[in-house]
Design a binder for this molecule. Sequence first.
Ligand code: FEO
Ligand code: CA
Ligand code: CA
Ligand code: CA
Length: 594
Amino acid sequence: AQANKSKLKFAGIDGVPNTVDDVVVPKGYNWQPVIRWGDPLFDDSAEFDPRNQTPESQAGQFGYNCDYVDILEIPGSKGKRAVLFSNHEYTNENLMFPPDMDISQVRRTAMAAHGLSVVELERKGTGQPWKYVRGAKLNRRFLMDTKYELTGPAAGSPLLKTQADPSGRIVLGTQNNCAGGTTPWGTILSGEENFNQYFKVTNPSGEQRRYGLTSRNPSRGWHLEETRFDLDLPEGRNEDNRFGWIVEVDPFDPDSTPRKHTALGRFKHEGANVTIAASGHAVAYSGDDERFDYLYKFVSKGRYIEGDKKHNMTLLTEGDLYVASFSGNSPQNQIDGSGVLPSDGAFDGTGRWIQLTRDGKSLVPDMEIDQVLVYTRLAADKMGATKMDRPEDVEVSPHTGKVYVACTNNTARSAAQADEANPRANNRHGHVVELTENGDQAATEFTWKLVLVAGDPAADESVYFSGYPADQVQPVSCPDNLAFDSAGNLWISTDGQPGTIQRNDALYRVTMEGPEYGRVEQFMAVPIDAETCGPLIHDEDGLVFVAVQHPGEDGSWDAPRSLFPDYVTPGSTPRKGDAALPRPSVIQMYRGRR
Ligand code: FEO
Ligand code: CA
Ligand code: CA
Ligand code: CA
């Protein structure tokens, strides 16, 4: 029997030591960047000039620390033209700028390296690697002065009004966008994650503390450039409430106004992924990436209409928000120092979706609808949702409709806090939960099981690969982003392996059907200190893409630990556009020569 139905054939690679500054791919494969930090997007953009980057030059170039990636074919282009979306989570100023650069220039340039990018790609034909097209008409940078419209029940709420925006409906910019998702109607969702880091506040309120705002001074110093980031000033009041949302962008319309959807709630959104229920409702799943935070789902009021993009783009503006509660089904769990050992031998059980909002009204005692949506974490606390081990990406299998949740790790969980869905104390390696809705995707009850309990099988007998012999699988740690290929295989990228298993972060394929169910194969590893983000598997096209985020993060301008992806070394003559410093990039991998 054929082991795996994917058209992408490869021999899995071994784990790569965490000292290697290279992209490692399977035998017979090669890789090259699609686009790098600093690549000019527009005809009039400045060339990348690392010693002399300015806010103006960066505003015309691809941003830093790319995370989510999708590539959508431009209709009618016969596979020769596509549009790439990526977001730029954060900046590593110590790697990006010479130490003697003016501090205000550093801050404002770093600000322009945040946000989102849309870039057109072209190639000779199907199966070929892509090149980005400078000056193409869909190319767009979304910067900190780009206008975003707030939609949904909390738009216009007093909690969202600021001195500069008394309407409470127009926000400037997005930051710390992590993962994302592409909707069935061809728009892109992007999650605002650790937005708290950008705000200065001397005495955070209870709500602000619940969102991680502290009196520590924000290291990027944006509050010294724009007063709205200083919450102690009248100009800053409520500005923090305008971040932490799911953003929707139409990459095919460069004049469109991006939106922030309040109906999906405010938290540290890793991202969001939408599927259409049998009933026609759009269902969006989203994880709140914080230790002991929650898994959410949104069910649209309206129904999807195939081909009606204008209508479908209204679906995320109105609907009901739910948060997940998990129960284990093992009658007598043993709890020891390492956590829960289920007495029935399986980490599994049932669950329910606790409804927080209905028809634009709050179902949470003593909270109005805008409070539930702006302070969603507090609403979920009140309703007794299950505290998870940092839920990151949530993906729905297009083959089975089952939902997969990457819980990346949680070293703060004690044995007494372990439960069957988060079974480990000091969970350094994370796990992946599979959730099966009871019937329609919009159902309020589900069953669940853990399909992967990550870690080193040689060192830890609780490591579990869906029953696949653990001694035949190499260690996997800290699952972060998930993706599916056209054959229904689950792909997992990681964030944290250098610290937990002393290997570079990587991308794995997990067989989800047939006799090899649970088999894990490593496809690639990213360079030293980097995180593997945004995996995108175009297996029928023979292409795999990842965003290589923060390569050489533990180095500095004067002592770089990575020279990815240009690998310009001292004394060599760089090709035009190359530079001798690490550059976060979207790369493509394919069989054949570079
Ligand atoms: Fe930005 Fe949750 O990783
Ligand atoms: Ca069980
Ligand atoms: Ca992530
Ligand atoms: Ca992460």
